[in-house]
Design a protein around this ligand. Structure first.
Ligand code: AHG
Ligand code: MN
Ligand code: MN
Length: 334
């Protein structure tokens, strides 16, 4: 029996048809993001050739500067989105401030995109998975002018869509809207993302915990207690749990989405807001995991309810299978 290949485009156009008033701009914006990620993917695949083509960030044999992969990813996304008719501006983990696209088309575009162009960059050298994380908001300022900070500093609960691309043993784009979460694997021979993981759901219970356990000496009591719980010998309740930590949020969350579990980057004695960025890492992942039936908290509130005050704000995060997140939160005394 032959199965019909559903490309990312087919899929989003189909989703748009479910809303008679939809203009299709969101699908075409997603197509543009997909295109940028395919370009980044090509460059990521060359990362192992550094001995031949020169280290990223260094000067190569022809005397040309090799662009660092995160800078390359950032510029690729900006260039593609600048040309997109549907994007009015971007904000990126790599840039201090947002960029409002200043042309007539962009002034009339409805959406802004925020992204972490390359997540897990310390994993490039060891050929472990890295990723790109993105989130799409509808602008709140009127059409016909350049977007402002107000368009970017919106609560996560207002976002329209979020996703990530994982550059792993295969390249996958996972995309979430309020209709659910779907995964698309890049089929290299046709250069298209094809639906491979429809309607992704995160398990209510998991058996894997994921955090940088090397930071134990800095952890607050609540994190220590949760760790003790995960490591406790309790056969009836299926513990000890397994510990897995790749060090790329995209890769750790991709596993969590597929196998269940919890990922946490909590506040510690030194870093009261944890490490990860609200706008580029925590909000998009919280939206995806919630859309798949999971949970995401800062320890004191739902991640998506945090009212952002600045673009590069950091928040602690507990995210994944509902019951595991609730268990971790149960040790936090306000
Ligand atoms: P980035 O490469 O975008 O700076 O992000 C790295 C982040 C995230 O991907 C990962 O979960 C975390 O840093 C790992 O931090 P530690 O090395 O402190 O564990
Ligand atoms: Mn990151
Ligand atoms: Mn990054």
């Amino acid at each position: 029996m032959s199965r019909k290949l559903v490309t990312l485009d087919d899929f989003t156009i189909d989703q748009t048809r479910q809303f008679p008033k939809a203009t299709g701009q969101l699908s075409s914006l997603l197509r543009d993001i997909g295109l940028a990620c395919k370009i980044i993917n090509k460059q990521v695949n060359k990362a192992g050739l550094v001995d031949i083509i020169g280290q990223f960030g260094a000067t190569n044999i022809q005397g040309e500067e090799q662009m660092k992969l995160d800078v390359y990813a950032d510029e690729t996304l900006i260039n593609v989105l600048k040309r997109s008719e549907d994007c009015a501006g971007i904000a990126s983990e790599e840039n201090d401030d947002f960029v409002a696209f200043d042309d007539e088309y962009s002034h009339n575009s409805k959406y802004v995109v925020l992204f972490d162009p390359l997540d897990g960059s310390s994993n490039i050298d060891v050929n472990a998975p890295i990723g790109t994380i993105f989130v799409i908001y509808k602008r709140v300022t009127p059409l016909g002018q350049a977007v402002t900070a107000e368009d970017f500093l919106q609560d996560g609960s207002k976002l329209m869509a979020a996703g990530y691309v994982i550059y792993g043993s295969s390249t996958m784009l996972v995309y979430a809207t309020r209709l659910g979460v779907n995964g698309f694997t890049l089929e290299p021979s046709i250069g298209e993302f094809c639906l491979s993981h429809p309607n992704m759901q995160v398990k209510e219970n998991g058996k894997i915990y994921s955090l940088n356990q090397g930071n134990t000496c800095k952890f607050e009591t609540a994190t220590q207690q949760f760790l003790d719980y995960c490591m406790e010998d309790n056969k009836d309740e299926g513990r000890p749990y397994s510990h897995r930590y790749i060090g790329s949020m995209v890769a750790d969350l991709h596993r969590t989405l597929i196998k269940g579990g919890i990922f946490l980057y909590p506040a510690d004695k030194k870093n009261k807001n944890g490490k990860l960025r609200l706008m580029y890492e925590c909000n998009p992942m919280a939206f995806i995991i919630e859309a798949a039936g999971g949970m995401a908290s800062t320890g004191t509130e739902r991640v998506l309810d945090v009212n952002p005050t600045e673009l590069h704000q950091r928040v602690p995060i507990y995210i994944g299978s509902k019951n595991m997140v609730q268990q971790a939160l149960s040790y936090i005394v306000e």
